[in-house]
Design a protein around this ligand. Structure first.
Ligand SMILES: [Zn+2]
Length: 123
């Protein structure tokens, strides 16, 4: 499950970002996951829980914003009725090869954290 490595990397980047503002506990992280990024939203959520469970951020939520790829035909425009998860090589309307746009997202979009400056900072 390669999501474990990805979750670790996301967590590392979050901790780095929070460290810039002093110490604190991460409350929630929002990430964008593209359809073509080869990341399963369910698995990344599971991996996130496993990565954070022994840290002060064990309660941190992971919100996944799913970003579907768009398939467009050079002549007909966007193919709107593609079934989720299915993939077409040619346009059902005119048989032209389709162009793929988007869907490669794998980004941290926002981090919510709680400063622990005032609670003694005991781990
Ligand atoms: Zn077409």
């Amino acid at each position: 499950m390669h999501e474990m490595g990805i979750a670790l990397e996301i967590y590392r980047q979050c901790r780095e970002a929070v460290a810039e503002y002093g110490s604190g506990r991460i409350e929630g992280v929002k990430i964008a996951v593209g359809e073509l990024s080869a990341v399963e939203p369910d698995l990344i959520a599971y991996a996130w829980a496993a990565v954070t469970i022994d840290t002060p951020d064990a309660e941190a939520r992971l919100d996944v914003r799913w970003c579907p790829a768009r398939q467009t035909c050079p002549t007909c425009g966007e193919i709107k009725d593609r079934v989720d998860g299915s993939w077409l090589r040619i346009c059902p309307g005119c048989s032209m090869p389709l162009v793929v746009e988007g869907g490669n997202e794998l980004d941290i979009e926002s981090i919510q954290y709680l400063s622990d400056d005032d609670d003694g900072g005991e781990s």
